[in-house]
Write a protein that binds this ligand. Structure first.
Ligand SMILES: NC(=O)C1=CN([C@@H]2O[C@H](COP(=O)(O)OP(=O)(O)OC[C@H]3O[C@@H](n4cnc5c(N)ncnc54)[C@H](O)[C@@H]3O)[C@@H](O)[C@H]2O)C=CC1
Ligand SMILES: O=C(O)CCC(=O)C(=O)O
Length: 485
């Protein structure tokens, strides 16, 4: 067990304790007795200080060239890369995903920073023919100002970086509120920005509860744009607060992602995709597979193959290299998963495998759950409609391919979806009819590429897109310029 560390706020280029000296605990979900950090329980006081620092910094920051801003992002990427093991271990111990996944996510953070460093050198406008022969008409883009970033615990490095890197490269300054559950990992990321030498106040971090700091950010008149990833209920509150005061907002929220296994699919590959997409990170991805829609002709065979493989997955502490599935990230999440497993049984689905807390005494202090496979799930059931955010797979039988598409769309969410088939007609029908922002053919439902737009349809997002060049739409305003001699 390592010693717990103190996590302060980062404001105007300095680490500062909260004025009230209050702390919250961030604990290791693999062993709830291990406190990872005593993290700031900040209030509006620190939030105001950070917004002021960001506001003061923005006038200088926006005057730097894209190349100058990009150099700082590259330096941050280098620092993150030089600390992959350290940050990967902190993440694994603080939120439970395996060390390999945590290290991979940290490397992804570095790749995102490099990508956006390059954005500093790309075009930010268009020349448009004017109706006046003497005039020059063009568009340019300007930063929004101060950006509030509210991030969750499930991707504590990648998500904040894919929000902060584009915010910064396009000339905005940032106030970031990470999830308390992963504030120790967040501080390690923030330290990379600090060590890279960003101007004082360009990036700030305030640690505290969502109800106080997160809500305070959504309502703060000094925050010009707010980008959020998390639950639907909170996302909607953030969006409404921002709308009410005329600020720009971007919300990435839940998913209930389907994978369709068509009658002609390669079943071994499909099983691997369901396991990887549904159970990696203990199912705690908004892109995780949760509904497995299988055509009747191969349903029983697919089920047998899936169960065989699921039974081989080792549950345990993610720092053990032989472990495939770490604990749920926190106690509330474990309780949510257990509640849905109970509800699934009550509503008539058949629990074929898992869904229990392991009996192994070594695991008794962690938030562990064995991966669950439900059979005979019907689309109306809660486990087929509501986001669980855990290692729970719901098998749904489809009469035929058309029925599979109808079932796949039978949800209020529309984040990601995938299909396994060899039939080009099935592929085209899926591409045309699937209501989701990210659709993948012969691949798992998770697997976001940093250079491509990412976001959902229906209730999954505010209909905006993050990542890739799509990020410029949120983090800048278009200015149309007409010049006449
Ligand atoms: N889309 C995604 O990637 C995520 C989805 N979720 C979903 O949300 C469920 C609950 O997880 P939570 O961690 O409780 O999500 P959450 O939505 O409460 O937390 C996400 C972020 O919002 C902040 N927040 C909380 N209340 C706030 C408020 N009133 N105003 C502004 N910010 C606030 C949190 O501190 C955190 O930084 C999960 O079971 C899962 O279904 C959770 C995390 C990520
Ligand atoms: O699948 C991914 O890599 C991204 C998932 C995500 O954005 C999320 O869970 O919030």
């Amino acid at each position: 067990m390592k010693d717990a560390i103190i996590i302060d706020n980062y404001i105007g280029g300095q680490w500062k304790p909260p004025a009230n000296r209050e702390r919250l605990e961030s604990i290791n979900p693999a062993n709830k007795r291990e406190v990872m950090g005593y993290v700031a329980n900040s209030t509006d006081f620190e939030l105001n200080e950070a917004v002021y620092a960001a506001e003061t910094a923005r006038l200088l920051w926006r005057k730097k060239t894209g190349a100058e801003r990009g150099q700082l992002l590259v330096r941050t990427a280098e620092l993150l890369e030089s600390r992959l093991d350290e940050i990967g271990e902190t993440m694994c111990r603080e939120m439970g995903k395996t060390f390999a996944e945590a290290r991979g996510e940290t490397a992804r953070g570095a790749a995102i920073l490099r990508y956006y460093a390059g954005e500093g050198m790309r075009k930010i406008g268009d020349v448009i023919p004017s109706s006046d022969a003497e005039a020059f008409l063009f568009t340019t883009r300007v930063p929004l100002g101060v950006i509030g970033v509210i991030s969750p615990w499930n991707f504590p490095v990648a998500i904040p970086i894919w929000k902060m890197a584009p915010a910064l490269i396009y000339g905005n300054t940032v106030v970031w509120k990470p999830a308390v559950e992963t504030a120790v990992t967040a501080a390690a990321v923030m330290q990379c920005f600090h060590d890279a030498g960003f101007p004082l106040g360009a990036v700030n971090m305030i640690v505290g509860s969502g109800a106080v700091v997160g809500n305070g950010m959504a309502n703060h008149p000094g925050i010009h744009g707010i980008t959020f990833t998390g639950s639907n209920s909170v996302g909607k509150q953030v969006g409404q607060a921002a709308l009410a005061r005329g600020a720009k907002y971007q919300l990435e929220m839940g998913g209930k992602n389907p994978i369709i296994i068509a009658g002609d699919a390669d079943l071994d590959l499909a099983v691997d995709a369901v396991i990887s997409g549904g159970l990696r990170s203990t199912g705690q991805k908004c892109t995780a597979t949760s509904r497995v829609i299988v055509e009747r002709s191969i349903y029983e065979l697919f089920k047998t193959k899936l169960l065989e493989k699921v039974a081989t997955l080792k549950v345990g502490n993610g720092m053990d290299p032989s472990v495939w599935l770490g604990p749920c990230a926190n106690e509330k999440q474990l309780e949510t998963v257990l509640r849905y497993i109970q509800k699934g049984k009550e509503e008539g689905a058949v629990l074929l495998y898992g869904g229990t807390q392991p009996e192994d005494s070594d695991l008794s202090d962690g938030f562990y759950i064995t991966p669950a496979v439900f059979d005979r799930v019907e689309s109306r059931m809660s486990i087929a409609q509501e986001e669980i955010f855990g290692p729970v797979l719901a098998l749904i039988e489809a009469r035929d391919f058309e029925d599979a598409i109808t079932l796949a769309n039978d949800t209020s969410y529309g984040l990601s979806a995938s299909i396994y088939t060899k039939n080009i007609g099935n592929v085209l029908s899926f591409v045309q009819n699937m209501e989701a922002g990210l659709i993948r053919v012969n691949a798992e439902t998770a697997g976001v590429e940093l250079q491509a737009p990412f976001g959902g349809m229906k209730q999954s997002s505010s209909h905006s897109r993050e990542q890739g060049q799509a990020a410029i739409e949120f983090f800048t305003s278009v200015k149309t310029v007409f010049i006449k001699p």
